[in-house]
Ligand binder design. Sequence first.
Ligand code: SF4
Ligand code: FES
Length: 257
Amino acid sequence: MKLILHIWRQRNTTAPGRMARYELNQVNEHMSFLEMLDVLNEELTAKGEEPVAFEHDCREGICGSCGFMINGLPHGGMKNTTVCQLHMRHFKDGDEVWLEPWRAKAFPVLKDLVVDRTAFDRIIAAGGYISANTGSAPDGNAIPIEKQSAELSMDAAACIGCGACVAACPNASASLFTAAKISHLALLPQGQPERGRRVLAMVDQMRSEIFGACTNIGECEAVCPKSVKIENIARMNRDYLAAAVTYRAETAAAGAG
Ligand code: SF4
Ligand code: FES
């Protein structure tokens, strides 16, 4: 099949970008979307032109590296599907397809379709871990966890950090990502001792980055390739409020003492 691609080309963060038009004539419906871009890049390289930069690693929906807008929708808009899992059989001969990087101030464009998502790394570094000694893996697995908590925790842990939630949100909020990373430990016994400290540190870090605030629009959940639920944001906000009250009481008591 033949495709007409319009792709955002931008040399670096400060250079002006533009849409460039490419025609691909030999697209096989069995190719993945990224394989189709590999073919385009081989053609561009053979002509001595700069290949299109895009991120990928696993190419099977688990690492979170890939991700850009396809026709205005993160990952192309297919439910529970990352760009690397999208196949060309979902397109028709002669289709025009527009590819753009995530659009958010907190995710500056590095090159073409690649953005800088290190703001997510800084949120994780602020508290996306526990320091409790849980022993070896068998010891950890021996701790009884009620079924509902285990399942909700696993659902939150499915977040792959792709950034689609930020790109889809009109406020460019990182609340769904941060809430998922907070919830998956907050729902487990191992996460309880540091639960308050973690939520304060991670939410404060999220606020210090250039993300917008959550106004419950729900676009994040609609585009999330891992179906992470916005209930996690409600849990994060409840935990933050409770931790802030406790922390303020402790600070006041220490001051009085
Ligand atoms: S919450 Fe969903 S959309 Fe957001 S980073 Fe995680 S997997 Fe991606
Ligand atoms: S390349 Fe790993 S999720 Fe797409």
